[in-house]
Design a protein around this ligand. Structure first.
Ligand SMILES: [Zn+2]
Length: 83
């Protein structure tokens, strides 16, 4: 799967896409053996929570969209300083 990592200051996905509750806490009884797996909300370091998603892949995808939203970008930005 091709994944583009867009680094945005102040916005990073907490705990590698681990599930959080609606209150923004790590989901109760974290299943360490599943890593960041399990259903729950993704959480950005800015405090933004996603909808309840099935797993970390979906939460990473949500966060990618979130970063695009906060930067106003709908596509991968071009390298700066070329024009
Ligand atoms: Zn954010």
């Amino acid at each position: 799967m091709r994944t583009v990592h867009l680094r945005v200051e102040g916005h990073h996905l907490l705990d590698a896409g681990a599930p959080f509750t609606a209150k923004g806490a790590r989901a109760a009884r974290p299943r360490y053996w599943l890593g960041a797996g399990g259903a729950g909300r993704g959480k950005c370091s800015c405090g933004q929570l996603s909808e309840v998603l099935d797993g970390p892949d979906q939460r990473r995808e949500w966060h990618r969209t979130h970063k695009a939203d906060v930067t106003g970008q709908t596509t991968v930005p071009h390298e700066q300083g070329t024009s």
